[in-house]
Every structure is written in C-alpha cells, then in structure tokens.
Design a protein around this ligand. Structure first.
Ligand SMILES: O=C(CO)[C@H](O)[C@H](O)COP(=O)(O)O
Length: 222
C-alpha cells in the first residue's frame, strides 16, 4: 500500500467513526474525499435519517446516487449535526477549509448547525495553521484588488485559474502565511470588499475532530 492509499484508509476510518454521531433528522454534509467515504457509510444507515443538506453539487450528486434525499437549507429550521473534512486543524479545532473550493457553502452549513464534527486523517492536525494555502472565494471583478489587499496582510495570493465555485466565483489561494491569530485574520480577510468568504473556520470552529490514525480513530473535543 502506498502513502496515498494509507492516507485514504485513515480518512475512511474517521468517516466510519463519525456515523456514531448521527442520531436522525436532517444531516449537514460537507465536501471532499473524506466526506465521500462518510456519504458511502451514511447510505448504510439511510433509513435512520430524513435527508441531508449538502455543501456542494458534487456531494449532492453522491447523496442522490445513494438514494439519500437532498434538502434546501431554507426548508429546515437549522441542523443538529454537520459532518465535514478539513485541510488543516489546530488543537483548538480551528480549521483551514476550501481545498475543494466549497468553503462558502461549508461555512453556511457549519454556521447553521448545532454541532460540527470534522473528519480527517491525522496528518491534518498541525501546530499552526497556514502551511496549506489558504483559500479565499472572491467575486470575479474584485480579483486583482483583493489580491493586492492580501499582499498587504503578508500573504502571496495565487489565482486558482480555470476553477469556478458552485456560486460562480473564483478562488485565490494564499501561500506563505503562519496564522497566529485565526479569528483576527478571518475577520480581516472577510472585511475586504469583494471577498465572499475566507477558508479560516475559527469564529465557528469544529466541536469534535475525529482523526484516522494507525492506532485507530482518535477524537478531540473543543
Ligand atoms: O474544505 C474542503 C472542501 O472545500 C474539504 O473538506 C477539504 O479540502 C478536505 O478534503 P479531503 O477530505 O479531500 O482531504
């Protein structure tokens, strides 16, 4: 088994462990390869839930392919549980998300959920956020302006060329950041005109982090 396959096994392990948090009702479901495993496991207990609110077109398609109804968030009165992956997490369960470009809908569903269970392989736990390029969703006409403002904050933004979000916007990935104050930077970047949202999840961090590891799933709570 090569290292990519080993990492995928750990993602699968975390995804399966998250099933114990599913108690019924409508579940918020995120995006990415770890969540794809979660959706496949969720299908095995689909009779227990009323459906899912999804953070991306890709996850919606996978849910529907399993016969799990996909609902509009507006048709719910909020969600009790959201399950999603992450690109990085620190010990406070503040996250970088958006490697798959679905950060805005992910942030909305996380905000509307009482409990956010994050699933990942153990390599995603880091001492300081920022080694992973920080995604920012931007309105297309503001791309150059936002990039100049991000440089002023000490980052090196790179346009994810050829990629369009499910909301019709673009992504700038910021390299070279060491995020010492995640809540402050989240607010600063969100305040730039033309930014839809930044992929720092610190104002609404995860509540539970399940990490797949060689010794079995490890759970960290906030
Ligand atoms: O934020 C995300 C998508 O926008 C994903 O949760 C994040 O990129 C992790 O992906 P994966 O589970 O494939 O490692």
């Amino acid at each position: 088994m090569d290292s990519a396959q080993r990492q995928d096994e750990l993602k699968k392990q975390a995804a399966e462990a998250a099933l114990s948090h599913v108690e019924g009702g409508v579940i918020g479901v995120g995006t990415g390869s770890t969540v794809n495993h979660f959706i496949d496991y969720l299908a095995t207990i689909k009779g227990k839930i009323d459906g899912a609110v999804s953070s991306s077109e890709a996850s919606s398609q996978r849910l529907k392919a399993h016969g799990i109804p996909v609902l509009d968030l507006n048709a719910t009165g909020g969600l009790s549980l959201y399950v999603d992956g992450a690109d990085e997490s620190n010990k406070a369960l503040q996250l970088i998300k958006g490697g798959g470009g679905a950060l805005t809908r992910e942030k909305i569903v996380a905000a509307a959920s009482e409990r956010f269970v994050c699933i990942a392989d153990e390599s995603k736990l880091v001492p300081v956020l920022g080694a992973f390029p920080l995604p920012v969703e931007v309105i297309p006409m503001a791309r150059s302006y936002v990039a100049r403002e991000l440089v002023k904050l000490g980052g090196n933004p790179v346009w994810r060329e050829g990629f369009t979000t499910d909301n019709g916007n673009l992504i700038l990935d910021i390299n070279g950041l060491q995020i010492m104050e995640p809540m402050k930077l989240e607010q600063q970047i969100n305040n730039i005109a033309g930014v839809v949202t930044v992929g720092i999840f610190a104002l609404r961090p995860a509540d539970v982090l399940i990490l797949g590891s060689a010794d079995g799933p490890r759970t960290i709570t906030a």
